[in-house]
Design a protein around this ligand. Structure first.
Ligand code: IMP
Ligand code: MG
Length: 180
């Protein structure tokens, strides 16, 4: 799989070191409030597993499944919630975990849905943030790494459901991306 990468951006050790730092920040911020983590499937799965095991606080975990990409490399702008019932967020301190902040469409839609259910607070944590002009204005509170506006895979991020199990994050070779 690694031969499908144009270049590696972050190897496993670099990612895990950064997770130590973010986990310490989150642990300090939530030491007096019970945290409810909502992980956005499938992209945040590996990030979530490694991050949450570094947070030594009592917390609750829920998952939310959404789709916005439908297989390509550009967001379609539509966010489809794949489950009928939202996690129970009323009266809780919510931390949304996602793999990447790209166009902002997904996190804006999720943020609005969750806010309507009257949580006490909502913060956002992403492994990656792309530097670009977003379709929706969304700010993340905890960010693993800033990257350029390139299509990346690995460590949970996919291209057409492949590459999620790569231990590193890298830029996918352009010749492997089907031209739409
Ligand atoms: P949005 O464009 O910010 O709504 O991002 C929606 C979703 O698209 C993210 O949660 C990722 O699952 C996916 N995505 C965005 N950029 C990339 C990328 O570079 N590689 C793989 N998936 C991506
Ligand atoms: Mg995806």
């Amino acid at each position: 799989m690694q031969e499908d990468l144009e270049r590696i951006l972050f190897d496993e050790q670099t990612i895990l070191q950064r997770l130590d730092q973010i986990a310490a920040e989150i642990s300090a911020d939530y030491r007096k409030r019970e945290l409810t983590v909502i992980a956005i499937l499938n992209g945040s799965l590996i990030f979530m597993a490694d991050l949450l095991r570094r947070i030594p606080l009592p917390l609750k975990l829920d998952c939310l499944s959404v789709a916005s990409y439908h297989g390509g490399t550009q967001s379609t702008g539509d966010v489809v919630f794949k489950q009928i019932a939202l996690p129970d967020v009323a009266g809780r301190h919510i931390l949304i975990l996602d793999d990447i902040l790209d166009s902002g469409v997904t996190l804006a839609a999720i943020g609005e849905k969750l806010q309507a259910a009257q949580p006490l607070s909502v913060k956002i944590c992403v492994l990656l943030r792309k530097k670009k002009i977003r379709q929706r204005q969304v700010e993340a509170d905890y960010i693993g790494f800033d990257i350029g506006d390139e299509f990346v895979v690995g460590y949970g991020l996919d291209y057409m459901e492949h590459y999620r199990n790569l231990p590193c994050v890298g830029v996918l070779r352009k010749d492997l991306i089907a031209s739409a």
